[in-house]
Design a protein around this ligand. Structure first.
Ligand code: SAM
Length: 278
């Protein structure tokens, strides 16, 4: 028998907390659609971030009994336990996902991460998760629609920026579908969307120096209106900028991930480590 909907549960007396970004899903059609997109398999190593009152947790546990959840709000723990303690491979980690060591949950099975994420921590959380990317097979997140658009944008698009480049360096990004505010209680002020991030097993373009790549992307997008020639002045002198194999009159949103990688590798090889053989 499927668990009772959380709002009918005897322990249900939880007040949604703004500071934890608590907008609980209450639309069964959307919950079904999210779970179908995740397509949990019985043997999967699933991790849910921010299970809340269990809206997605319940159907996930019906499909896959092994589930770790990371929830910061201690008041939600009894509600989750009352519903799901009967699943012997269900484990609650009452912790801050931003500090959580996800590699501790990886086994021979890579992690599949899911979450209707609090909007205020979504970007730092994605960067935190990318530090475990070799242990993760995919991630499905509900985020503010605008953030999903930024994640999925291509060079030249309105929403293309630092987040697009840094995440697309590591992952295939798929915008799945939008979710309107009416699907939540309380209703958020903004539209939401579901995104799938699939870390590449082998990177399509590899920056030899990832720190330098990140620094160049940051510098470029710090001042979107400036040309690369201007932004890169903080890193290179005029003569070095003249050597770059790109049109430095372009603006940061005109360069693809591949362009940023090529630029980084050129600076790393030809400028920071010049060839002394000649
Ligand atoms: N999954 C539930 C749903 O769809 O109804 C709840 C989603 S609600 C938008 C976000 C959840 O993340 C809340 O349960 C909140 O307490 C939890 N949360 C917020 N900040 C967190 C953090 N830093 N680490 C772990 N969980 C967090």
């Amino acid at each position: 028998m499927s668990p009772k909907p959380s709002s009918e549960h005897p322990l249900f007396k939880h007040q949604a907390r703004k500071r934890f970004g608590q907008n609980f899903l209450n639309d069964t059609g959307i919950i079904d659609r999210i779970v179908r997109s995740i397509a949990p398999g019985t043997e999967d190593n699933l991790v849910e971030i921010g299970p809340g009152q269990g809206a997605i947790t319940a159907p996930l546990l019906e499909a896959c009994s092994r589930l770790n959840v990371v929830e910061i709000d201690k008041d939600l723990i009894p509600i989750l336990l009352a519903q799901f303690a009967k699943y012997k491979d269900f484990k609650i980690h009452q912790e801050d996902a931003l500090k959580f060591n996800f590699s501790a949950l990886a086994s021979e099975k890579p992690l599949r991460i899911v979450g209707n994420l609090p909007y205020n921590i979504s970007t730092p959380l994605i960067f935190h998760l990318l530090s475990f990317q070799e242990k993760i097979s995919d991630m499905h997140f509900m985020l503010q629609k605008e953030v999903v658009e930024r994640l999925a944008s291509q060079a030249g698009d309105k929403h293309y920026g630092r987040l697009s480049v840094m995440v697309q360096y590591h992952c295939q990004v798929d915008y799945l579908f939008g979710v309107p505010p009416e699907c939540f209680s309380p209703r958020p002020k903004v539209d939401s969307a579901i995104v799938r991030l699939t870390p590449f097993t082998s990177l399509p373009y590899t920056a030899i120096n990832v720190e330098l790549f990140s620094k160049i992307v940051n510098l470029a997008f710090q001042q979107r209106r400036k040309t690369l020639r201007n932004s890169l002045k903080q890193l290179l002198d005029k003569e070095q900028i003249a050597l770059l194999p790109i049109d430095t009159g372009l603006r940061p949103e005109n360069l693809s991930v591949e362009d940023y990688v090529n630029l980084t590798n050129f600076i790393d090889n030809k400028i920071n480590t010049p060839n002394t053989d000649a």
